[in-house]
Every structure is written in C-alpha cells, then in structure tokens.
Design a protein around this ligand. Structure first.
Ligand code: AMP
Length: 409
C-alpha cells in the first residue's frame, strides 16, 4: 500500500514525501481509513510503530476538509503522558501539516503557563497536552473545548503507570459527547480496557506487533558483570566499539544517570544525562545536542526516555535490568525504529539475574552472552553464573525459563 491509496490530500502527501516516507506502516494502514470515515479507533501499538501519524494524519485531513474558522477554536485534543512525547507529537503535526493552514498549541507542566495561555487565546485548532497542566488551565478557564471534534488518548497504559488516570478522566468529563475518539496503548491492562470502554463508541480495533515481538528485530547481547565494574565496562564498550554512533544508556535512578554521565566525562567520553530532576530547558538542550549528533552518549531514566524519538539511535545500553520486564522492551525499542535495525546491550549483575530471566521469558528470543570482555563477573565460572547465563540465553525452540542451578547467593 502507498500513501496515495489513502484518502489524503495533496498537501499532506507532499509533506510526507518531504519526510521521505514511502509507504504507510501497518498501524497507519489499519487505522487511517476507518479514522477518515469518522470511526472511533482502539489501537494497540507502541512508540516506534508510526502510531503518531496514524492519528495525526486523519485529524489534519479531516480538519482541512472544513472551512477555516477565523476564531481558530480547539477542534482536536491529543493527550499524552510526558512532555517529551507532547513535543514530539507537536513536531509531527508541524511536519505533516507543513502545507496545511492549521494552528497548534502545546501544553505541558514544568514551565511557565503564560505562553501556553497566550497560544490558547490566539486560537489553536490542535492542542497537544499532558493531563496535569491541561487540567490546571481548564480549571482557570483558559480552555474552551466546546468545538472539539477529535480526541486522542495516547499511551493510555503509561497514563495509568504514571498515576494520571484520574486527571485524564477529569479532562474527558469536560469533552463534548459528540466527537471522534482515538485511543492508543501499548498494552491493554484491565483498567485501560475499562477506560476505553467508557470512551469509545463501536471502535475499530487495530493492533500491531505485541510488545514481545519488537525484540526480534533488535540484536541483543548480555554482559554478565559485577555491579561495581559496570561503569568500567561501559567505558570499555564505548571506547572499543566504533559502531556505536549514538547510544541511549538507561539507568534506573536519576542519581545513577548523573553518576554515569559524570563518570564518562571524567574518562574523556562526552555524555549528557536527562531525568526528572533536570529543568525542562536542560532536558531539551541535552536532547537537541544528542539528536544533532553533537553528543554520542545520552544517559536517561525510563520516564525521561519514554517515547524519545531519535531516528539515528544505533545502540541502547541497559546499565541495569528493570524490575518490570516490559520496561526492557520499551527501552530497547528506542533503537531499531520504523524498520531500522538496532543493537541493545545489557549489563547484568548477580542481583539482576532474576529480572533478566523474566525478560528472556517475555521476549522469547535468544540473547547471546558476550564472554570476551575484560570485566567478567567473578561468578562466571563454568558451573555457576556464566553457565546459567549461557543456558538461559542459548538453546533452541520455545523458551522455557531455565533454573539458576549454579546460582550462589
Ligand atoms: P511513532 O511510533 O509515531 O513514534 O513513529 C516512529 C518513527 O517512525 C518516527 O520517527 C516517525 O517519523 C517514523 N515514521 C512514522 N511513519 C512512517 C512511515 N510511514 N515511513 C517512515 N517512517 C515513518
């Protein structure tokens, strides 16, 4: 299928051509036609599948079919959990709507509200917002949603994880009942399904690759290493592997992210960190420097990295193994986007071995262990940790969680 097979106008097709998009991704192929017919959409898709265009393109198309209202009332609201995602969606609307006369506003917390209030006052047909600040502005009377026609709830499961569901429900309560709703989530836990049930009317269900299968296209490697040698290993890998052009290094904690980036700097490897304790400006500056290729290494926490969209990201390195296996998939999904191949390395210490097994069980693909590195775990003797690691990573056929026979505590 080509974009020209979809019912999109020439201005949008030109913009897509400028971006070098050749054909719609599976989620776009499934979602765009029914959305253009005005149907509600329930999409199971995660970041990296092209889901943003799946909801943005129909909105721009449908909006451009209507005469321009000079007041520019809010016609579409897109709710997303993080500032970074909000910024990226706004940029996508700018890019896809390059040749269409549409005004946008971007609303998120952590920065002064006045410019956002001004943008709303001037009039904006498409508003991209995080729930907390939007609710704030709504309660102050700055947001008029009476003309709203399209509502998108993006990353609903993240909204739930991050504790935003109540804010989301409060926003929804103020929306006109007559509207078209598109609902996207990477996973559909019970609470999310219940929300979708309340929100959608006879939706078209579209879905792409369940979380576990994203892992198949990413080359993964496991490094078994003691906790206190992880930073040495990181520096070694970054210095010795020229294929690592731009790498996102994940750290579980904000302090960890700072420590890692400072340690790399000390060793002469330029690195920046982004996490929730940094100001919005500092985060944005780090992200811009990284995206432009000025900084090779970006160290991030899970929340800060969520949804970060960096096309040229070649590698992801996990300095630790998250407690929730799905988080691992979200992390490595930052690389290998939109069909590109990516590489993910994971540094696993003894304490994290249980988490690593849970990851292997979820992704159900083989992850070879890199044994030739200068900081092997002291436990990597043939009958202990290393062997167990090999057993868990190797073996054909459907994966069964292997028992850590030789594991010593
Ligand atoms: P998303 O899942 O919306 O975050 O999109 C992931 C990445 O894929 C973004 O960098 C988009 O610019 C890119 N993308 C989206 N749709 C297409 C397409 N049809 N062809 C090529 N790249 C795309």
């Amino acid at each position: 299928m080509k974009f020209t097979d979809l019912d999109l106008n020439a201005d949008i097709l030109d913009a897509l051509q400028d971006l070098g998009y050749e054909s719609p991704t599976p989620i776009q192929q499934q979602a765009i036609p029914p959305a253009l017919e005005g149907r509600d959409v329930l999409g199971t898709a995660q970041t990296g599948t092209g889901k943003t265009a799946a909801f943005v393109l129909p909105i721009i198309e449908l909006l451009s079919r209507e005469p321009i209202d000079t007041q520019r009332p809010i016609r579409a609201l897109i709710l997303t959990p993080t500032r970074e995602l909000a910024i990226q969606i706004d940029e996508s609307i700018r890019d896809y709507g390059k040749y269409v006369d549409v005004k946008r506003a971007l609303i998120f917390g952590g920065v002064g509200q006045q410019p956002q209030v001004d943008a709303l006052r001037r009039g904006s047909e498409i508003v991209v917002a995080t729930p907390g600040r939007l609710l704030d502005l709504m309660q102050q009377g700055h947001v008029d949603l009476r003309d709203l026609t399209w509502f998108v709830l993006d990353e609903a499961d993240r909204m739930l994880d991050m504790g935003f569901i109540n804010d989301v429900r409060k926003v929804i309560a103020k929306l006109p009942r007559e509207r078209q709703t598109m609902f996207f989530s990477a996973t559909m836990p019970f609470e999310v399904l219940r929300l979708s049930d309340d929100l959608l009317v006879d939706p078209v269900r579209v879905s792409v690759a369940p979380v576990s299968s994203t892992a198949e296209k990413i080359a993964q490697k496991a490094y078994f290493v003691d906790t206190n040698a992880k930073r040495d290993l990181l520096a070694h890998v970054l210095k010795s592997d020229d294929d690592i052009k731009s790498v996102l290094v994940f750290s579980r904690t904000k302090h960890g992210a700072d420590r890692i980036s400072k340690d790399l700097e000390r060793r002469g490897i330029p690195a920046l960190a982004i996490h929730g304790n940094k100001s919005q400006n500092a985060r944005q500056a780090a992200l811009t420097s990284f995206k432009k290729g000025k900084t090779r290494v970006l160290v991030a926490t899970d929340i800060a990295a969520r949804g970060i969209d960096i096309d040229e990201l070649t590698h992801v390195i996990n300095m630790d193994i998250p407690d929730v296996a799905e988080t691992y998939v979200h992390r490595i999904g930052r690389t290998g986007r939109a069909g590109a191949s990516g590489v993910a390395y994971s540094f696993i210490d003894r304490e994290e071995y249980g988490n690593w097994q849970a990851v292997l069980k979820l992704i159900n693909v083989e992850v070879p262990a890199e044994r030739e590195h200068p900081f092997p775990s002291v436990l990597s003797t043939p009958d202990s940790f290393g062997m167990v690691a090999k057993a868990a990573a190797g073996g054909g056929g459907p994966r069964r969680p292997s028992r850590p026979q030789g594991r010593r505590r």
